[in-house]
Design a protein around this ligand. Structure first.
Ligand code: PHE
Length: 451
């Protein structure tokens, strides 16, 4: 058997894992669910979830990957024995990868299409108050959605075929820093807008009346989604991490970066929203409506909007890569498929699975309505199932497994007991054993309606 791929350096792992974490979740989804959930309290709960649940689970997940050098299913089988129920967590992760990438690719396709719209001058020729309408028109057009979904999946497959180092790592190294700089630039622009104060109050002001109970589940679910936790992406990336590297430092760095970009995205988008009298609760179109409007105001804005949507596409790509990697790694590691076959087959399956999501905005196709499963369209339904249920459940499983099943001696070494982090070991373990299960189960029970 060929030797297992490894990262070229520790920075390579951090960049790739951060590339997985930072994506549409930060720039597209977080602002729009913050808008939909009324700001302040939602953001605070989200931050708490990141710190008390997300970061500890990230450490556990990367650890399980590195201990076993396997992808999710194999990792749980190795540590708990064949036929054990724990292996189900690995399975659930593979299923979640298929579901998430199927609609993720549709949104990434929108971003790609927006590169084209920006580059061909469509935004420049459209009056500001009509730019938001361009999103609605695109959302409702099946052909456009299908085309760009297909192109994005093609691109993802192409990169994942290159394998760990040549594919994933090289791209992340160049594009992640660029994205960060672009966001900083946009932030400076947003800070000079009239709506900046209002935006600050919306994102950080605590107005108790606005939070709904379902918002708590959404905040919890999103903390998993945005950190790529609960489905084995970080586990798989951890399996390529060298034994010499320090898991806690890397996890903390990734979490910090991811959170910073999500908050930056809010502080870029909401000033635009309030300055131009748009709605914070505009939904999935938020970033696509706001950015072109704002950039039309600055010199060179046309060029900058091309750059912005290009970077958004790349951020989506580095996340999509990790999703496809989980799906493909299962067939490579467990079924002995070649990388080419595994990536081709899983990529093709996800392309097909994404079709209903790509058609979600159009109310009719071939005379049939694609809307209305449990009052949600396919797109929302997939997102809801994956982010709010599968990921928290998977994360809970990972936490319980790492904290109760894995041998203490090995776990201490993996945590880095000899390093400065050593003192945090017990605290981390207690959080995984008690805080995480109580938090996740409490939120679930509430949603099922048990109290
Ligand atoms: N974390 C990614 C984002 O925020 C999405 C993702 C979820 C990627 C789960 C991999 C696994 O966009």
């Amino acid at each position: 058997m060929a030797t297992r791929g490894q990262w070229g350096s520790r920075l390579g792992f951090i960049l790739a894992a951060a590339g997985s974490a930072v994506g549409l979740g930060n720039i597209w989804k977080f602002p729009y669910i913050t808008g939909a959930n009324g700001g302040g309290w939602f953001v605070l709960i989200y931050l708490l979830c990141i710190l008390a649940v997300g970061l500890p689970i990230m450490i556990a997940e990367v650890m399980l990957g590195r201990m076993t050098q396997k992808s999710p299913v194999g990792a749980f089988r190795d540590l708990s024995g064949k036929g054990s129920l724990w292996v189900g967590i690995g399975w659930m992760g593979v299923v979640a990868a298929f579901i998430i990438l199927s609609y993720y690719s549709v949104v990434a396709g929108w971003a790609m299409n927006y590169i084209r719209l920006a580059a061909t001058g469509v935004f420049a020729d459209t009056p500001a108050d009509q730019v938001p309408g361009l999103f609605g028109a695109m959302y409702a057009d099946p052909g456009t959605n299908l085309l760009w979904h297909g192109l994005f999946m093609g691109l993802t497959v192409f990169i994942v075929l290159g394998g760990v180092q040549k594919g994933v790592e090289r791209w992340s190294r160049i594009l992640m820093p660029m994205l960060f700089v672009m966001m900083l630039g946009l932030l400076v622009q947003a800070a000079s807008m009239d709506g900046f104060g209002k935006a600050l109050d919306f994102v950080f002001g605590l107005h108790a009346d606005k939070l709904k109970p379902a918002g708590v589940l959404e905040a919890l679910g999103h903390s998993f989604f945005t950190l790529s936790l609960g489905m084995g992406a970080m586990l798989t990336y951890g399996s390529y991490l060298s034994k010499k590297d320090d898991i806690v430092t890397a996890s903390a760095a990734i979490t910090l970066l991811d959170t910073a970009i999500a908050l930056m995205a809010c502080m870029v988008l909401f000033p635009i929203t309030f300055t131009f009298g748009m709605e914070p609760s505009a939904g999935p179109g938020l970033v696509f409506m706001n950015i072109p409007v704002a950039l039309a105001q600055v010199p060179g804005g046309l060029f900058l909007s091309v750059v912005f949507f290009a970077l958004l596409t790349f951020a989506a790509l580095t996340s999509a890569i990790s999703l496809l990697e989980v799906a493909a790694a299962y067939f490579i590691d467990e079924k002995g498929w070649s990388r080419g076959k595994a990536v081709g087959v899983t990529g093709g399956a996800i392309l097909v699975l994404g079709i209903p999501s790509a058609l979600s905005g159009g109310t009719e196709l071939f005379g049939k309505s694609f809307e209305g499963v449990f009052g949600k369209n396919w797109f929302d339904l997939f997102d809801y199932i994956a982010s709010n249920w599968l990921l928290p459940l998977g994360g809970l499983g990972i936490a319980l497994f790492a904290a109760w099943r894995v041998g203490d001696a090995a776990r201490r070494v993996e945590f880095g007991e000899q390093t400065a982090w050593g003192r945090l070991y017990l605290g981390w373990l207690l959080v995984l054993r008690f805080v995480v299960p109580v938090a996740v189960v409490a939120v679930f029970l509430h949603l099922i309606g048990l109290y």
